[in-house]
Design a protein. Structure first.
Length: 552
């Protein structure tokens, strides 16, 4: 057995270390995913005014800012049983859904695609043949011309001539796991560059109603503050224009590129490469006049015909293998590494991650776009089903095939297309309210008259999966705050029963061709879109001094 250490895992948010044990054939037999950064964000929230929770929690991550902002505010509203006006809820949905689009496109092109795209091979492509190749996957491919592809090759050649590959450096060019033709590499590389402009534009859509991004500031307890933005037709039109532009890129580039990828890696998909334990979890999210975009439910062991109801009371967290005290799971207890720098994992009681181990009915779960698609589809959500059926039919896949490394990316793309279309339904609901002179955006309340003691919780689907916030309020101040983020679920370490989290389970059985360049393992991990900054949290409930540092 040989141990492969990947530290740090790059092109993700936060600090992640992965160790895998491979046999003589390079097949992964065991895996350990370790969150390497300790963060104590919730300690900052303690003793604060509950109305400040959103502004503080939004700083948990620089990527998932409005996800935590909204969840924290909703958590306080739940504690005080405050009613939020319909217009405020719609605006919150518009901000959140624009983030979904931005996050998913950025994830595939700028974080994941270079695990499949051999950039150097794109210089060998014939631009005329590239035009023809793109037409295999779309009737109207995005920016599909010889002149455009020649221009992309010139830009790439500039990087190569300089002796550096710029944003494409430090990858595994020439690796045997790359399968795309030079022309297919050029198509995806072209869209990689186009997506840089895309993310700038879609970020503006988030900021129109959020005030700014990252770290929007328009969501407040009881509603929103961006009143003039929804009353100004020009602002609503600006948002609509950006979404229409985004939808064009999604339909003509993102979805066709995913079909291209599926075609190239069909054998790995059918073999189940990157498949985790088959336990999925999601909650109802994004309600509009026609229903909800996503359904609530739980699936165990890939039993796609049996979706069980979601019950938050069945969630628990463990620290058996995480760096916290056994009898006091709020207190950090770091056990250091082995002498060779590897994680201490030899014994079943060894601790190896700052991430705690959330469980549902004592089972590790996977959340995210794949979970949402599988659960919503199985529960016959009439909105999502046509999008899934169309992709599966056009790609010649089955539903179970989405539960793989490439399939996880495909589920994310399907979800992006679906959201981009249904955003117009939320805009329609908003305009309908305004037509009937419903302009209310904030539910007025008297904070001094609210209960001094209260408890609240919030469950939302966010780009990476299920996000939950919990708050305890005493003397009208935050006494306790806790977060379970999507990556906490997916990157979960083992607990005392030895069950692997989704990252670890998805790595088991994959074959690594070159143990010095473990591209295959990185593909699996990045398919989850890790966000380690969100995953690691702790509450210093006893007000102990955690540590003291002196900077000189």
């Amino acid at each position: 057995m040989k141990k492969i250490i990947i530290d740090p895992v790059t092109r993700i948010e936060g600090h992640l270390r992965v160790e895998v044990m491979v046999d003589d054939t390079g097949t992964v037999q065991e895996a350990y995913a370790s969150g390497q950064l300790f963060r104590g964000i919730e300690t900052i929230l303690k003793n604060r005014d509950p109305r400040d929770a959103g502004l503080m929690a939004g700083r948990i991550c620089g990527v998932c800012t409005n996800s935590h902002f909204r969840a924290a505010v909703s958590c306080v509203e739940d504690a005080y049983a405050l009613e939020v006006p319909k217009n405020a809820e719609i605006i919150r949905e518009l901000i959140a859904l624009a983030l979904f689009i931005q996050d998913h496109v950025v994830h595939f092109y700028h974080l994941q695609s270079l695990d499949f795209v051999d950039v150097t091979k794109a210089l060998e492509a014939d631009p005329a043949q590239t035009v023809q190749a793109a037409q295999h996957y779309s009737d109207d491919p995005f920016r599909n011309s010889e002149a455009h592809y020649e221009d992309v090759q010139k830009k790439l050649q500039t990087f190569v001539n300089a002796g550096k590959l710029g944003p494409f450096s430090n990858a595994y060019w020439g690796h045997s796991a790359y399968r795309l033709s030079p022309e297919e590499n050029l198509i995806l590389l072209s869209h990689y560059l186009d997506a840089l402009k895309f993310q700038t534009s879609i970020s503006k859509a988030i900021a129109i109603f959020g005030g700014k991004t990252p770290h929007p500031q328009s969501i407040v307890v009881g509603g929103i503050t961006s009143v003039m933005d929804i009353l100004n037709p020009a602002r609503v039109n600006d948002y609509l224009f950006i979404i229409k532009e985004a939808k064009e890129f999604i339909d003509r580039a993102y979805l066709p590129d995913m079909k291209l990828l599926v075609n190239a890696y069909r054998d790995e998909i059918k073999e189940g490469t990157g498949r985790a334990n088959g336990n999925f979890i999601s909650v109802n999210s994004f309600a509009f006049s026609g229903g909800t975009l996503f359904e609530s439910g739980v699936i165990f062991g890939h039993d796609l015909n049996n979706v069980k109801p979601f019950d938050p009371k069945k969630i628990s967290e463990y620290v058996d293998r995480a760096w916290y005290e056994e009898n006091d799971p709020q207190t950090p207890y770091y056990t250091d590494l082995n002498k060779d720098g590897s994680l201490k994992t030899e014994n079943t009681q060894d601790k190896y991650s700052w991430i705690k181990a959330p469980r549902y009915q004592n089972q590790p779960m996977e959340c995210g776009p794949l979970a949402r698609i599988l659960i919503s589809y199985t529960k016959k959500n009439k909105h999502v089903k046509p999008y899934v059926d169309r992709f599966l039919n056009e790609s010649n896949l089955e539903l179970i095939d989405l539960s793989t490394t490439v399939g996880r990316n495909a589920a994310r793309a399907i979800e992006t297309q679906y959201i981009a279309e249904y955003l117009f339904k939320f805009i329609s609901d908003l305009l309908q309210n305004l037509t009937y002179y419903d302009t209310e955006t904030w539910g007025k309340y008297d904070f001094e008259a609210l209960p001094e003691t209260a408890k609240g919780q919030a469950f939302f689907e966010v780009p990476r999966g299920l996000l939950s916030h919990f708050i305890n309020i005493e003397d009208q101040k935050i006494a306790n705050y806790s977060v379970i983020a999507p990556t906490t679920w997916n990157a979960s370490p083992k607990n005392n029963d030895g069950q692997r989290g989704a990252y670890e389970e998805a790595l088991i059985g994959i074959k690594i061709a070159d143990t010095d360049n473990p591209l295959e393992a990185l593909r699996v991990i990045r398919s989850f879109d890790p966000c380690l900054a969100c995953a690691v949290h702790v509450i210093n409930a006893k007000e102990k001094k955690l540590n003291r540092y002196k900077i000189t």
